[in-house]
Ligand binder design. Structure first.
Ligand SMILES: [Zn+2]
Length: 270
């Protein structure tokens, strides 16, 4: 079935995006928000596509081609802003998408995010063309670039995005359902997204600990070998203490593992 909507998690792969801080990298937060929405639209029965489901690099040409050829009528391009402001922004094409942008902004506001502006921006030297390529090169697909807030906000955006990204992501789902007049149902019992711990391929070994001992050097049960496998990813089954995760391994059974962000480990939501 042709999708009605395509979701575009901004940036990815070699392009981390600018809306990053010590809590998140923009490309990852965009993906987290987008995968959540992707799952929600599927749940609601809205045919939906997505430009990337992983941390991969897409050039502007590749990205806009996926959108143009998706068959979708609408696109959310999800981003986190930077530059020291506070609040959400929705950007639409000079040729349309303003009414959808207004609904999205209104629901973000209901969800507790202040809205800085809804706007459109032409190229300075050719005012018949959009400034942003996601508006300019996505053909007939009505695209809203949604900036959920500022990564370097001095206001409340950092807390809002870190703690309440799901509330903000959901508000856009609600807005879009209303815009396309599709019945919206709020989440019952919550959508449980699985979390994964990803160990980088640069790490030759990684300590793992038994369940009944403190996860500190000297108590190792064994070592995982991320490098040998081009990186390793495990579903997180529990978080007994900060940055300590329970995972099921093939060779050692259920173990504890330490994965503070400064170790190079990443927690992913799928
Ligand atoms: Zn961005």
């Amino acid at each position: 079935m042709k999708p009605v909507l395509i979701i575009d998690p901004g940036h990815g792969g070699k392009d981390p995006g600018g809306g990053s801080n010590k809590y998140w990298v923009e490309k990852d937060m965009n993906l987290t928000i987008s995968l959540y929405q992707f799952q929600r639209y599927q749940q609601l029965g809205i045919p939906v596509a997505i430009t990337r489901q992983k941390d991969v690099t897409l050039s502007p040409a590749e990205r806009t081609k996926i959108v143009r050829e998706s068959g979708a009528k609408y696109c959310h391009s999800n981003h986190i802003n930077a530059g020291g402001g506070d609040g959400g922004e929705v950007i639409h094409s000079i040729y349309g998408g303003e009414d959808m942008a207004e609904e999205v902004a209104a629901e973000l506001q209901h969800a507790g995010q202040n809205i800085r502006r809804i706007f459109t921006r032409p190229l300075p030297n050719d005012r018949t063309r959009d400034f942003y390529y996601m508006n300019r090169d996505t053909g007939a697909v009505i695209t809203n670039i949604i900036e959920y807030g500022f990564a370097d906000s001095r206001g409340d955006d950092i807390r809002q995005i870190k703690d309440d990204w799901q509330v903000l992501a959901e508000s856009v789902v609600k807005a879009f359902c209303s815009y396309v007049e599709f019945p919206y149902e709020s989440i019952r019992g919550g959508v449980t997204l699985k979390k994964y711990l990803s160990l980088p391929p640069e790490a030759s070994t990684w300590r793992i600990y038994p369940l009944n001992a403190s996860p500190v050097k000297g108590n190792e049960k064994g070592f995982l070998r991320p490098e040998k496998f081009g990186g390793l990813t495990y579903q997180i089954l529990g978080t007994p203490q900060a940055h300590v995760y329970l995972i099921q391994t093939r060779d050692f059974g259920k173990v504890q593992i330490y994965g503070h962000p400064n170790t190079g480990a990443k927690v992913l939501t799928k």
